[in-house]
Write a protein that binds this ligand. Structure first.
Ligand code: NAD
Length: 483
């Protein structure tokens, strides 16, 4: 079925953003030239080169850590929580004021639809700073004490560049730590705009330092001897390398890694709502979501009906220009990620699963992948076991709740799950039996700063968000806080 409605293009103007031809590093409150080389960041929807960005060398990382240490010792750890809160509130308000600029830049550099960067990412980013501003002067009631760790080294991925930055920086600063953060190499621009916001907020120099670069820069941060805390979000593979790198040091570590969430639909679920939840679960942010509902487990008695409605709905998804306000699914973030998605999809076909892709026209330039679903998938298939991190859904069926639990938990990951049913008692019993850090009921991909987020098993350890998110940035051993 083709689209029922035709839409005229409705692109958001990009005039609000001012992308410079080149960017330096943000160290000690100023933009400085890096001592290393530079790399290009590209608009994944057009392959247009947006800017050259400095690649921080080991010496640059060392300068950033030294600036963070100075700011920690001389200013930030001496300031009262109430004073720190004022800076966080100010940053939150500036994020709101400059929300459209941040959203447009995020969509250009990342490829995500403007309606997501504008209505999801940026509002939650501001909400995170507001929320943790509220904690800054109340840490002694947190259950984790109120002693900061020192300098936090933070490394984040490209799927939610600003949101991951907020999840890392807001609690760190609220607790009295200073920060050296590295954004992903394909999405550095909004972190650099955030650095400007720190200047605008008069944040004392060195409290936040942004160093750009790839894996080597990340490694230099993580292994720097004067970093007290390592916070990483990214792939399980790199997470394991980081865990090895910090083993034997007294650095505190949190790891937010990959996922392969089950989205479980029972036969008593409201099916149209469930189909919306399935679509949101796997096609939100092109499926570049660690907690994406990439494994649909549907009760056998309604499987055919769900698939019919799902394909009908998928055929209406609008794939294309991320800046168009009607776009549902934007560009894949990079050529490398597109190649990974294609490879695992081809493996799915070779393994005997049946592939169906939404009939949409893809732009000729840029990196694109049509929303796709695989049926006839078995648990042994690689598309059912490995994180694909793209708009690709694997469908399995089950007969009983126990079978659903067994299949859902049959994964090395444990980040999230979804349950769709009319029965409250079943929601509670499923939530208790699913080994996942977050279980959504009759909804999916809902994020809120008050709610802790994190994984079990190979999805990592530690929690971000909520009161629990403070634990990662406080000296709990000295305070005895384990609440
Ligand atoms: P990645 O692990 O390749 O890169 C993440 C970051 O780590 C990047 O900034 C990268 O430059 C840096 N890096 C790479 N090698 C490094 C090393 N040896 N030492 C230190 N830093 C290094 O992951 P990615 O492809 O950018 O992101 C996708 C992954 O992130 C997915 O697996 C996804 O599930 C995961 N993710 C998890 C969460 C969560 O909260 N659990 C959230 C978002 C994304």
């Amino acid at each position: 079925m083709s689209n029922v409605f035709e839409y005229a293009p409705a692109p958001e103007s990009r005039a609000i953003v001012d992308i410079k031809p080149s960017y330096g590093l943000f160290i000690d409150g100023e933009f400085v030239d890096g001592g290393g080389t530079a790399f290009k960041t590209v608009n994944p929807a057009t392959e247009e080169v947006l800017a050259e960005v400095a690649e921080a060398s080991d010496a640059d990382v060392d300068a950033a850590v030294r600036a963070a240490r100075r700011a920690y010792t001389r200013v930030w750890s001496r300031m009262s929580g109430a004073e720190r809160a004022k800076y966080l509130y100010r940053i939150a308000r500036i994020i709101q004021e400059r929300g459209r600029e941040l959203a447009v830049l995020e969509s250009i550099d990342n490829g995500k639809p403007i309606k997501e960067s504008r209505d999801v990412d940026v509002p939650i980013v501001a909400a995170h700073f507001f929320y943790y501003a509220g904690w800054a002067d109340k840490l002694k009631y947190s259950g984790y004490g109120d002693t900061p760790l020192g300098v936090a080294g933070q490394v984040i991925p490209w799927n939610f560049p600003l949101l991951m930055l907020a999840w890392k920086i807001a609690p760190a600063l609220a607790c009295g730590n200073t920060v050296v953060l590295k954004p992903a190499e394909t999405t550095p621009l909004t972190a650099l705009l955030f650095a400007e916001i720190c200047q605008q907020a008069d944040l004392p120099p060195g409290v936040v330092n942004i160093v750009t670069g790839a894996g080597d820069t990340g490694r230099a941060i993580v292994s720097h001897p004067d970093v007290d805390k390592v916070a990483f979000t990214g792939s399980t593979e790199v997470g394991k390398a980081i865990a090895r790198a910090v083993a034997g040091t007294d650095k505190k570590v949190t790891l937010e890694l990959g996922g392969k969430a089950a989205n479980i639909v029972f036969d008593d679920a409201p099916l149209d709502q469930a189909v919306e939840g399935i679509v949101n679960g796997i096609f939100f942010n092109q499926g570049h979501v660690c907690c994406a509902g990439s494994r649909l487990l549907v009760q056998e008695s309604v499987a055919d009906e769900v698939m019919t409605r799902l394909k009908r709905r998928m055929a209406t998804l609008r794939v294309g220009d991320p800046l168009d306000k009607n776009t549902d699914v934007g560009a894949i973030n990079s050529a490398e990620q597109l190649a990974k998605i294609r490879e695992l999809s081809e493996i799915g076909e070779a393994e005997g699963a049946e592939r169906w892709s939404a009939p949409c026209e893809l732009p000729s330039n840029g990196y694109w992948f049509a929303p796709t679903v695989f049926t006839g998938v078995s648990q042994a298939h690689r598309i059912a076991r490995e994180e694909i991190f793209g708009p690709v859904l694997s469908v399995l069926t089950f007969r009983t709740p126990s079978e659903a639990v067994e299949k859902a938990n049959n994964t090395p990951f444990g980040l999230s799950a979804g349950v769709w049913t009319d029965k409250g008692s079943r929601i509670l019993s499923m939530a208790n039996r699913l080994r996942a850090g977050v279980v959504w009921a009759n909804t999916f991909n809902k994020f809120d700063p008050t709610s802790p987020f994190g994984g079990y098993k190979e999805s990592g350890y530690g929690r971000e968000g909520g009161r629990h998110g403070l634990e990662a940035y406080l000296k709990t051993d000295e305070n005895g806080g384990t609440a």
